[in-house]
Write a protein that binds this ligand. Sequence first.
Ligand code: MD3
Ligand code: FE
Length: 212
Amino acid sequence: MIQDLFSDSTEQLDDGAWLLRGFALEKAVPLIAAIEAVAKAAPFRHLVTPGGFRMSVAMTNCGAYGWVSDRRGYRYDAVDPDTGRAWPAMPSSFLDLGREAAQAAGYAQFNPDVCLVNRYTPGTRLTLHQDRDEGDFAHPIVSISLGVPATFLWGGLARGDKTRRYALYHGDVVVWGGPSRLRFHGIAPLKSADHPLTGNLRFNLTFRRQGS
Ligand code: MD3
Ligand code: FE
């Protein structure tokens, strides 16, 4: 698809799923600085799945809650298990952009209480999964991609449904709600690339509402 150089575009991926190309582009520098500040208080770590596998993606969180995984399961917790402290507050630069993106996709009152931050290095992948640890699937999830581009895998409501692939670039924002909220999705192994702001890294922010 050819895009106008100075205009963003909105593409509907599915019922309730909107791709806002370049929506975060102007804010990328402060967003990356805020990621670094969050990671200083709550360092990136490789969580272990309930099945005992170390995730290749490194994660941290900010907000009132954070998503965590260990041998006991997946859950949201107000305390960072690595530091024993509360997660760092959600930076206002995160919150403002997450809300603006939700609003642009038709979700006017989105009030996230979690931002999960994913960090990818070359080869890092996220296998097909559903996000279903939140309390109320009526709330959408907003995702912001920064740094090296990735191939997003977009499946159906059953694990075996066929998947479509989308490239997600630096500054792209996706809002997933409604009938798309429980679709299986993942990220193909990250290709090596060099981004002027992040080097060989990709970051993804996902804004979630965990509580009611
Ligand atoms: C579709 N992250 O953190 S963001 C995740 O790029 C996750 O790091 C990927 O999947 C990443 O759980 C993909 C896009 C995304 C996030 C949540 C969704 C798509 C979603 C929830 C429901 C449907
Ligand atoms: Fe997910």
